[in-house]
Structure formats: C-alpha cells, structure tokens
Design a protein around this ligand. Structure first.
Ligand code: KMH
Ligand code: ZN
Length: 281
C-alpha cells in the first residue's frame, strides 16, 4: 500500500454549464487559480477539460486553447497536467485524437463505450488503440479511465497488444456511479480492483455525486488514490454546494491524513506516474 495519497483534482468537466453553476472554473484564469490553490491543499494532478468563454463556456477541443492551458498550468504549478481525451459526449473521435498535440504530461484514456445518462460516451476499441499508440509515440502517460468492469478487460487487451505505456507505469482511475457505468459501491470497486492486470502500478477512484465520499473512504482503505472535483461532484454536503474545488481537495487531504496516508507532493506524483518532465525550468 502506498504510504501517501495521490489526490487528483478534476475542476471543470464537460457536463455542467456555467449558467447553472457560476462557480465552476471555466476561464483560463479560473482554471489556473483553482489548480494553484488545489496544489497548495495537496493535489498532485489536475485533470483538465477546456471551455470556451466566447461560446457560453461550452467544452472545446480547440488546439490553441488546449496548448495555452497546458502552458499556463505548467508555469503556475508543478502539478501533473492531464488533458481529457474524453472531452464531451458530443466531441467527434477525430478531434479527440488531436488532444495530445498540446503536449500534456498525461492524458485520460477511457477503456470502452458506455451509456452516459441519456447519451453515449463513444470509445470503440480501434479509437482506444490509436490513442494508446499515439501516447506512447508522443511520450505522454495515459491514465486509464475505467467506468465499468468490462473496461478492465479492455485494458488487459491494450497492454497485451501494445506493451506498456510511456514511462512503464500503469495508472488507472475508477470512475464510478455514472448512470450507465459501474455503481458507486464498495462491492463494485472491490470487484474492479480484484480484476486489475498485474501490470497496474497504481489506481485511484472517484464517485460521481453522492457516492463521492463513500468511494473516497473505500479507496483509501484499499490502498488506492483519490480523484475529487466539480467534474464529479457539485455538492459538498446535503444542501451545500461546492464553492471552490479547493474545498474538496482539503477534505480529501484531511481524510487521507487521518488514514495515515497524507497527500503526496506533485513531485512524488510525477515519479509515481512516470511522467516526462517538460517544465524546462
Ligand atoms: N465528459 C465525459 C463524457 C475523460 O475526461 O476522459 C468523459 C470524461 C472522461 O470526462
Ligand atoms: Zn474528464
């Protein structure tokens, strides 16, 4: 069991609108300010979805915005910068394959298609495979997003077909409680962890909505790492909205410290995940 805890913050996501939730960080300045404060509070990695303030703060995969965001986060923090290749359910696969051109440290790589509420989040095997090889070639460390148990089997297939990712480490993240994916229960998480390929070197978990805290507690107890943030959970407690991502990171850090597995630094997160140092400082 790792002696410390990687806390990932997913500050924005692609689903919540700025109109519905004005405190959601969507501008470059807001995302950088959130990342900086979350790093101070114990986060080691930031999982980024970019929005377009000139288009109602909707999700965008615009290459210039992606690159500017990576650079700004790299200048302002030491966090591992992970770009989402999942984007929004409306993003075409071809656009999602251009995300790595922005040269992030890490990228998400979802290991299968699933129903996503009333939508479908498309991740056919050929797409996953292309993304996996692209990440190897561009020396970007993938984080495998597992929304369902079948996704664990698909990860096995990717490793068998293409070998280990760049850096030699295999980090996965269980995203539980999406309507259409695995439930946010301890039983489902245990089943997923038991199925992990032996090549997996670390895993984290998040629970969408009200499963946020139970999944965090279970992950800590099982030796896993944590992902928190407004992408996954907008409520701090019953009737109390999250006002800033730092609240969720602070609570995760407290929980992890109480469990004798305090938050790891961004530097240690880089080592854990085997990312290439692109900071050039
Ligand atoms: N927005 C979801 C459809 C990822 O970032 O790779 C996909 C998602 C996963 O958030
Ligand atoms: Zn995401």
């Amino acid at each position: 069991m790792s002696a410390s805890t990687l806390i990932t913050v997913a500050p924005t996501g692609a689903e919540t609108t700025k109109a519905d939730f004005p405190q959601l960080p969507t501008t470059l300045e807001e995302i950088v300010e959130n990342a900086r404060r979350c790093e101070e509070a114990g986060a080691g990695l930031v999982h980024v979805h970019v929005r377009d303030p000139e288009n109602d703060h909707r999700p965008t995969l615009d290459p210039v915005r992606l690159r500017d965001t990576v650079q700004a986060l790299r200048e302002a923090t030491d966090l591992v910068v992970q770009l989402s290749t999942g984007g929004s359910v409306h993003d075409p696969l071809e656009s999602r394959l251009t995300v790595l051109d922005a040269e992030p440290d890490s990228c998400s790589l979802t290991c299968g298609t699933l129903n996503f509420g009333d939508d479908v989040f498309m991740n056919p095997y050929g797409f996953m495979s292309q993304l996996y090889v692209q990440a190897q070639e561009k020396e970007v460390v993938p984080e495998f997003e597992l929304f369902d148990l079948g996704h664990v089997a698909a990860l096995r297939r990717l490793i068998d077909q293409h070998g280990l990712p760049y850096g030699g480490k295999v980090h996965v993240d269980f995203v539980t409680n999406v309507p259409g994916g695995m439930p946010g229960t301890v039983e489902a998480l245990v089943a997923g962890v038991q199925m992990l390929p032996e090549e997996v070197t670390s895993w984290s978990a998040t629970g969408i909505g009200r499963s946020h805290l139970p999944i965090a507690a279970a992950a800590l107890a099982m030796g896993g790492h944590l992902r928190v943030g407004m992408e996954d959970n907008l409520m701090y407690a019953r009737g109390q909205q999250v006002q800033h991502n730092v609240e969720l990171v602070e609570r995760a850090a407290l929980l992890a410290t109480t469990m004798q597995r305090p938050p790891m630094s961004a530097e240690d997160a880089r080592t854990l995940l085997g990312v290439k140092d692109r900071r050039g400082r």
